[in-house]
Ligand binder design. Structure first.
Ligand code: UDP
Length: 340
């Protein structure tokens, strides 16, 4: 298949591109490089030992999308849509930017797909759509909700795509609800490269281990969890990428218009457990202090991933220790992320 990957230079996109190529697919990347460095493409080409087709534009650009879909020499068979703004705090400060960017991209892409009769779409959703009071383990049939504009863009994009498949029943859409993706490619050449100070726990831990940040702030130790710190379902980005290939394969060979799958390990890990795991992986002590809870955080989030296992034959295979080892390898090899 020739697969259009929006956001293919990003963290999850880049790992998925490598697996698509390894599986024999052709890949066309669209990325505006607003939150990715062009060096990623060079690294991907080296790792895949082949040149890549990359278009640098915003997915919401209808004219550029049309030109790409209309190319008779390179017809698109399916789309994996990663491109989106993803910082929760920034979404609270700039809600209109988030709605315009994240909804506008999906609308433009879905419209172009319909114009050019491209039927298969895998969409990056998030466990954030389960809102703040969902029971664990979280199952796909729970109601959706959100606590911040970023989360609402995921809920709304899911709704847009649900409505689209009702009106256009030949579409085949997968909504993949990711839990907490971490880790890096085992080569240490591809990984997560947050701009500025990381918001998420794993990249933050890596920078503390490196000595670039003096200590971790643990956001609360009074939750009703194993040790009082927040519990999340971490999964290796390589397992997550494999989930996209499995979902793409499934929707290409089945007739259900809309599929929703949780992609998670099904295991909860606390902040303090992850600190210990990272200490083991890096051989370094991680200084930390307990501070107040972060507004909007929930105590515990983990998936019931049994639907994906049953239908896709997909489950995670890498442990939390593997995730820390691979993150550390990437961070040590790239202490300042990708070179500009
Ligand atoms: N966390 C923390 N310190 C940090 C960043 C995160 O204690 O500097 C905690 C956070 O409260 C949550 C867990 O780590 O319990 C995972 O946070 P992250 O932002 O990575 O993911 P999310 O909360 O979006 O699931």
């Amino acid at each position: 298949m020739r697969v259009l990957v929006t956001g293919g230079a990003g963290y999850i996109g880049s790992h998925t591109v490598l697996q698509l190529l390894a599986a024999g697919h052709q890949v066309v990347i669209v990325d505006d490089f607003s939150n990715a460095k062009p060096t990623v493409v060079n690294r991907l080409e080296t790792l895949a030992s082949q040149p890549l087709t990359v278009h640098a534009f915003d997915v919401a650009d209808r004219d550029r999308l049309d030109a790409l879909f209309a190319d008779p020499a390179a017809p698109i068979d399916a789309v994996i849509h990663f491109a989106a703004f993803k910082a929760v705090g920034e979404s609270v400060a700039k809600p209109l930017d988030y709605y315009r960017n994240n909804l506008g991209a999906t609308l433009a892409l879905a419209e172009a797909m319909l114009r050019y009769d491209v039927r298969h779409l895998v969409f990056s959703s998030s466990a954030t759509v389960y809102g703040e009071s969902a029971p664990v383990p979280m199952t796909e049939d729970l109601p959706t909700s959100a606590t911040n504009p970023y989360g609402w863009t995921k809920v709304m994009n899911e709704q847009i795509l649900r409505d689209a498949v009702v009106a256009h029943p030949l579409l085949r859409v997968a909504l993949l609800r990711y839990f907490n993706p971490v880790g890096a490619h085992p080569s240490g050449q591809i990984g997560e490269d947050p701009a500025g100070i990381p918001n998420n726990l794993m990249p933050y831990l890596a920078q503390v281990a490196l000595g670039r940040i003096p200590k971790l702030s643990v956001f609360g130790d009074d939750y009703d969890t194993v040790d009082g710190s927040g519990v999340r379902d971490y999964l290796h980005v390589e397992d997550l990428a494999a989930g996209h290939l499995a979902a793409l394969e499934w929707i290409s060979t089945h007739d259900r218009p809309l599929s929703v799958w949780n992609l998670g390990s099904g295991q909860g890990t606390s902040v303090l457990e992850l600190v210990r795991a990272f200490e083991r992986a890096s051989g370094r002590e991680i200084p930390y202090e307990i501070v107040a809870r972060r507004p909007g955080d929930i105590a515990t989030s983990y998936a019931d991933p049994s639907l994906a296992e049953r239908e896709l034959g997909w489950r995670t295979t890498r442990t939390v220790d593997d995730m820390c080892v691979d993150t550390w390898r990437w961070q040590q090899a790239n202490p300042h992320g990708y070179p500009s």
